[in-house]
Design a protein. Structure first.
Lengths: 854, 178, 292
């Protein structure tokens, strides 16, 4: 395998992956592969009941079992830790405080009530069976309609029944527009609960330094800094007195902390001023303990001697699930601190299906107001999201409803829009972000548009095109606020998709099939997503949330000339090792293999709230890498110019050869220039050159867009769906690595196919999860995923540089909509109306009128 | 007459793994996957579900593919086991590894060990499968990242590599210093 | 999801194994391929106290053809071995037709034909093949040998007529007549999954008439079932599309499957009818296409 050398520029090429060598040899370092000497193994005892009080728990027998080192009950962990605080407090929202383990009540099947630490996982599981728990059952709240009723058992004492959030947002004069429009088309849609299901489950190995007690946490996390911060905040609970003593003793830390806060506030003054504090006030009024715990957590953090280090190396996928901080991570940290010994927990698949992350369960009633000529006037949405029992941290259901609010209008022009957002809690696993968490806005909007087209007897693609923003409208704004520019190229993707699908040819095909008794359908779905979006995007979601969005990278040339790029991003399949190396190598004029990417280790990487998520890896992370590499290049060039007695403008770097243009034979290598620089100014930390870049995004725009289109064939004997053609026309701007982009899109579409045809985290009326193993939660195999054509447009924005826009989520945003549109199209002759996202064979035959529901 | 092995007691087992002999005393209840990962120390074989559906734990037992999570280690007595670590010949990659690299086969690569072993078994029995045959044979391995397209491409590339060369050993190490 | 503890036995002879079964009965489970047993153990669903690993007992891995052309499959014959066997291809082709549906290759490497029959999962192929061919189960215990005909073998959900002290040592498939045609058809959610509904179909056609029909459905109840009412209606009829359609309607009307996560009861009833047509059509084509 020849090394890949520079010259043409790596960016834009499908360069092969740097990370492949170790991964293909089986030398990856995933969290389950980390086994410190003498590490103890953990398992959690979990509630079999959906909703119950814990009358008593007795771990005596378990503690005596072979190989058991300790058993922590819920109360033990409550006593030793702080609860998860609310992260985003929106007006009308109530976030219940909850601890890492449950002590008084269980609220879903799988709720952890005890932590068993033993010499092996086998022995820990044996002991778990000996813990006696006396449950007093409570009536389960099994679904959205039960949760909305005021007479059902509340999960949380201080909530209003089981409704945790209820708010309206209005844009334009919704009543006037609806009254004035020619027609109003209404439908109610429901999406089933789904689960992220990366192939690697969650896990944590916490090493404790025997001398200092310092924690090193190995974890399959998408955000190592957030995990570090939260373990420090919650698991290292000290008495108030020792916190205050610690604060006094930690003078330097106190000063640094205050300086940091001052700098943060100065930088984000405008953002902070926009924040609406009523949500915080509401929360504290409802639950005064919130303020108390926040204060104690703050004091604890200030007085703490030593924050943990978090290290994540290879991660086996996440799709959002590993961005949440797990209750188990905190419980494990409590155990590690108490025992003073290293502990390891690797989640098993049943645990992961139960509470490793669920999403998408939303009930949406939509009304589309339009005129008879097809002009869209207004859109109304009544959204209810089922967040399960416990709130996710840091991003929970509330934030997602607000992103949905912003994106519901899609690429279309409206005069008015209204969204009611409600969140209910039920006895289910927790709701966390799942790839394109807001995606049901696209599903529902694209469905209602198809229904409108059918009602008006108009072509679905023409109805879309007629109402879409185009270049001639720019600059423009979505009705919900975000600025649009020419990167909002959805209409271009639609035009190209229509061309590719050849609608006339399809109709001929459809007619021929119908003559044979076969049912074909075609469906389109169009969307755009903020990747990362314009500066006012986060403001539209919730004013003042923009504080979270900077991204940092550092480029370093060490004294021996080796090049390191240090990022706060956390690759878990996105191939950042390769794409960031491409960016840095192009800036620095070196080979791909000359760049080493460093990530995942909080002792070496810069702080980031979010880590990897939200389609920020390419645009934000990439922007920071490019920025810091460019600055280092400038430093190197200046030093080399001095050494070669030339002007910096005359210096070129090709294949690591730093030379005066036209005189390559008399060039210098990075090692020489670095050594000289180190000799000049000394090299702290072995660094000859370094630069840091805080990248906050570009000027306007930053939209990624796509149209998905597919043909389906419905087998009316079996209810099975075949997908003879699936096309994606996507535009994420200039592409760093086309092969990697294609992979991301296809992976997302595969999850969309799974969502529509195979995957259902179904609960019965007693709150029992039906899909607890891979026999019942069906991930599509190679036989179920067709060839997916991916076509790229690369619209540049006026801003020029760093145009790379995110693409990781898009495949999953368009696919459920395109597929369900195609299925309804196929069944239209039979009068079917598709209002559910989950369409297993039984449902297809019911929709077709072939069988009756049981 | 054999002696029963009591609870928590161990029994001796011996097998060959990647050409090397391995023997130890193990509890009968331990899965082969756990013994390979924790005792032999080869962590390349991954656990995705531990109930025999995802295929990430696939290894070769006497040349045939088997889910190591659905075997007790004691069932591997006398067997000739190959894991992902046994594919490369020192620095030289196996054609399937080389092919997956060229085809951008994987993303997070957690499922990769199972796919590689299943593919090796497939090609040993059928050196020139059609894409449909590849698709069907690999349907017992789950991937959540790729949508399978590039994995199928990788196996096709391996077919070409293995047909073309015969000098499979001519394949170089990735990223070897020049 | 780690296995619970058990006492492990590895008998070196059949007599030893039978002695262990006599001693431990209901507390014991037999381990052959383990592809059905081990997932349930990992999930800690009623683990056995005693595990009897029969894989070291000699002579249990045989496939043998008797003078009457019946073929016997021993307890340790793996699915993969059965797939490759010419004796089975010639004398019990319905087993071959079932194989592509049985799990995935790695499962077939380890799992055994007889083990699948003894486990009796209602959605599995082999038990239905047994029923459709009228195979005989040979059960041995320290008290002697017992032959159990197919129609008496499957008693309930995961329950067979085997006594706690008995080991199913072989299954004997009767001669596959030259007038026979067979097919195994099923529908599952994904390729390789357990069937939502399946049919192992065996018919004999002579002089353009159906002389014998065995329709063994799986996935439609706690055990595989033959629909004898429909089978008897097929006798004397020609193998035509109309006849098959009538049989399908009768099957749908007769079966009463239960609903589960993967399919409603009505869906399964409907599917059974669809598979009746597909199965009978394929079996008839195979028979008619076969050399005389």
């Amino acid at each position: 395998m020849s090394a890949q050398t520079s010259g043409l520029g790596f960016v834009g090429q499908s360069v092969k992956r740097v990370e492949d060598d170790r991964l293909l040899r089986g030398n990856g370092q995933y969290v389950a592969d980390v086994s410190p000497e003498g590490v103890l193994h953990a398992t959690f005892l979990r509630s079999p009941m959906a909703h119950a009080r814990i009358a008593s728990i007795d771990a005596t027998e378990a503690r005596r079992a072979k190989g058991v080192r300790a058993v922590f009950t819920g109360q033990d962990v409550v006593d030793a830790s702080h609860p998860f605080p609310p992260f985003l407090m929106l007006p009308t929202m109530y976030t219940p405080l909850h601890w890492a383990l449950s002590a008084d009540k269980v609220r879903h099947q799988g709720d952890p009530v005890a932590l068993i630490i033993a010499e092996s996982r086998y022995l820990a599981e044996d002991a778990a069976e000996l813990v006696e728990v006396d449950y007093e059952p409570l009536a389960p709240v099994a679904n959205i309609s039960q949760a909305l009723r005021s007479d059902t058992e509340p999960l949380w004492d201080k909530a209003d029944g089981n409704v945790m959030f209820d708010t309206y947002h209005d844009y334009g004069d919704i009543d006037a527009v609806f009254a004035d429009a020619d027609r109003v088309i209404t439908e109610r849609f429901s999406c089933q609960r789904q689960s992220n299901q990366p192939m690697e489950t969650r896990g944590s190995v916490i090493e404790v330094d025997p001398d200092t007690g310092h924690l090193t946490v190995h974890n399959a996390t998408q955000s190592s800094h957030m995990l570090r911060w939260l373990i420090a905040a919650l698991a290292e609970k000290e008495s108030m007195l020792s916190s205050v003593k610690g604060i006094i003793a930690q003078k330097e830390r106190r000063k640094a902390f205050s300086a940091g806060i001052k700098a943060f506030m100065a930088k984000n003054k405008e953002e902070m001023a926009k924040q609406d504090n009523t949500g915080t006030v509401d929360q504290i009024k409802r639950d005064k303990a919130t303020l108390l715990h926040l204060q104690r957590i703050g004091l604890g953090l200030l007085g703490m001697n030593d924050y943990p280090t978090v290290v994540a190396q290879d991660i086996g996928g996440g799709f959002g699930a590993k961005g949440s901080i797990a209750r188990e991570d905190i419980a494990l940290a409590v155990a590690a601190i108490e025992l003073g010994q290293s502990v390891k927990w690797i989640e098993d698949r049943v645990e992961n299906l139960t509470d490793g992350g669920q999403a998408r369960e939303e009930d949406m009633t939509v009304a589309l107001a339009l005129d008879s000529d097809g002009t869209f006037r207004g859109l109304k949405v009544d959204l209810i999201m089922d967040q399960g029992a416990y709130p996710g941290f840091p991003v929970g259901a509330g934030f997602v409803t607000q992103i949905m609010k912003v994106m519901f209008p899609g690429a279309y022009k409206w005069e008015a829009f209204q969204q009611r957002s409600r969140i209910v809690c039920t006895n289910k696993g927790k709701y966390i972000p799942y790839r394109g968490p807001w995606a049901n806005e696209t599903w529902v909007r694209e469905r209602i548009i198809d229904i409108a087209a059918r009602t008006l007897n108009m072509s679905p693609t023409e109805l879309r095109r007629k109402n879409m923003f185009g270049d001639e409208d720019m600059p423009a704004e979505m009705i919900t606020g975000p600025t649009l520019d020419e990167t909002m190229s959805t209409r271009k993707t639609l035009d190209h998709a229509v061309e590719l699908m050849d609608l006339d040819a399809f109709e001929t095909q459809r007619a021929a099939a119908a003559a044979e008794g076969r049912f074909l359908g075609i469906g389109f779905a169009c969307y755009h997503e903020a990747a990362p979006g314009p500066p006012n995007f986060t403001d539209s979601i919730n004013p003042g949330t923009g504080v979270l969005t900077a991204e940092t990278a550092r480029t370093v040339v060490e004294v021996d000339g080796s090049i390191k790029v240090i990022t706060s991003q956390m690759p878990h399949g996105q191939s950042h090792e390769t794409t960031y190396s491409q960016l840095a190598a192009d800036e620095l004029g070196v080979g791909l293999d000359d760049v080493t990417l460093i990530w995942g280790d909080t002792s070496r990487t810069p702080f980031s709230f979010i880590g990897t998520g939200g389609s920020r890896g390419g645009p934000m992370g990439g922007g920071a890498v490019r920025g810091s590499s460019r600055e280092v290049r400038q430093q190197v060039v200046e030093k080399a110019a001095q050494m070669l007695e030339a002007a910096p403008a005359d210096i070129e770097i090709v294949d690591g050869n730093i030379h005066v243009a036209g005189v390559p034979a008399r060039g210098l290598g990075y090692a020489q220039v670095a050594a000289a620089a180190a000799a000049d100014h000394g090299a702290s930390d072995n660094e000859a050159f370094q630069a840091k870049c805080d990248y906050e995004g570009k000027g306007d725009g930053g939209w990624s867009c796509a149209t998905h289109a597919c043909v389906v064939e419905v087998d009316l004997e079996t209810g099975m769906i075949d997908i003879p053609r699936y096309v994606v026309v996507e535009d994420c701007g200039p592409i760093i690595n086309p092969a990697i982009v294609d992979g991301q899109v296809r992976g997302g579409v595969a999850q969309g196919i799974g969502a529509v045809l195979y995957e259902n985290s179904a609960y019965d009326d007693d709150g029992n999860l039906q899909a607890t193993t891979y026999m019942d939660y069906l991930i599509p195999t190679s036989m179920e995923i067709p060839h997916i054509e991916v076509h790229h447009l690369e619209t540049l924005s006026a801003g020029g540089e760093n145009d790379f826009r995110g693409v990781g989520e898009g495949g999953m945003i368009g696919s459920p909509a395109a597929l369900t549109n195609a299925i309804e199209d196929a069944l239209a002759p039979l009068g079917a109306r598709v209002t559910e996202q989950y369409l297993p064979p039984t449902k297809i035959l019911e929709l077709a009128g072939i069988i009756a529901p049981d | 007459m054999s002696t029963p092995v009591q609870i928590h007691a161990t029994m001796p087992i011996a097998f060959t793994i990647n050409g090397n002999p391995y023997s130890a005393d193990v509890e009968p209840r331990r899965s082969l996957s756990d013994v390979i990962r924790d005792d032999v120390g080869l962590t390349g074989t991954h656990l995705g579900c531990e109930h025999g559906v995802c295929g990430a734990c696939t290894i070769l037992v006497d040349g045939a593919p088997a889910r190591s999570c659905l075997m007790l280690a004691v069932q591997a007595e006398g067997a000739d086991i190959t894991t992902i670590e046994g594919l490369a010949d020192g620095d030289t990659l196996h054609p399937i590894q080389q092919a997956m690299h060229e085809a951008h086969g994987f993303q997070c690569a957690f499922c990769a060990p199972g796919f590689l072993m299943s593919a090796v078994a497939l090609l040993a029995e059928n050196p020139s499968p059609t894409r449909d045959e590849i698709r069907q044979e690999l349907s017992g391995n789950l991937c959540r990242c790729t949508g399978y397209e590039t994995i199928l491409n990788g196996v096709e590339t391996a077919v070409a590599l293995m047909a073309g060369s015969g000098a499979a050993s001519a394949v170089d190490n990735l990223g070897a210093p020049e | 999801m780690k296995n619970p503890p058990f006492i492990y036995h590895r008998p070196e002879s059949l007599d030893e194994a039978l002695g262990l079964l006599a001693a431990h009965g209901n507390d014991a489970k037999v381990l052959a391929g383990g592809q059905s047993l081990l997932p349930t153990m990992a999930l800690r669903l009623g683990p056995p106290e005693q595990l009897i690993d029969i894989s070291h007992i000699p002579d249990l891995a045989k496939i043998s053809v008797a003078p009457d052309h019946s073929v016997s499959i021993g307890a340790l014959v793996r699915h993969a071995g059965a797939e490759r066997s010419n004796d089975i291809a010639r004398n019990a082709p319905l087993i071959h037709q079932a194989m592509p549906h049985v799990g995935h290759r790695a499962i077939r490497t380890r799992g055994t034909v007889v083990g699948s029959i003894a486990h009796a999962d209602p959605a599995a192929e082999m038990p239905a093949v047994v029923l459709a061919t009228g195979a005989t189960m040979v059960a041995q215990s320290s008290a002697g040998t017992r032959e159990i005909p197919a129609q008496n073998f499957f008693e309930g959900y995961l329950t067979t007529a085997l006594r706690p002290d008995e080991l199913l040592t072989e299954v004997r498939f009767p001669e596959w007549a030259t007038t026979s045609g067979g097919a195994v058809v099923e529908l599952s959610r994904r390729h390789g999954d357990f069937a939502m509904v399946g049919l192992a179909c065996h018919i004999q056609i002579s002089a353009d008439n159906i002389e014998h029909a065995a329709l063994a459905f799986f996935g439609v109840g706690p055990t595989p079932v033959r629909v004898s009412l429909v089978e008897s209606q097929l006798i004397g009829q020609p193998p035509t599309a109309d006849v098959f359609a009538a049989a399908a309607a009768a099957v749908s009307a007769t079966l009463s499957p239960t609903a589960d996560l993967h399919g409603s009861a009505n869906y399964r009833k409907h599917l059974a009818g669809v598979l009746t047509v597909r199965g009978l059509t394929a079996a008839a084509a195979e028979r008619i296409g076969a050399p005389a």
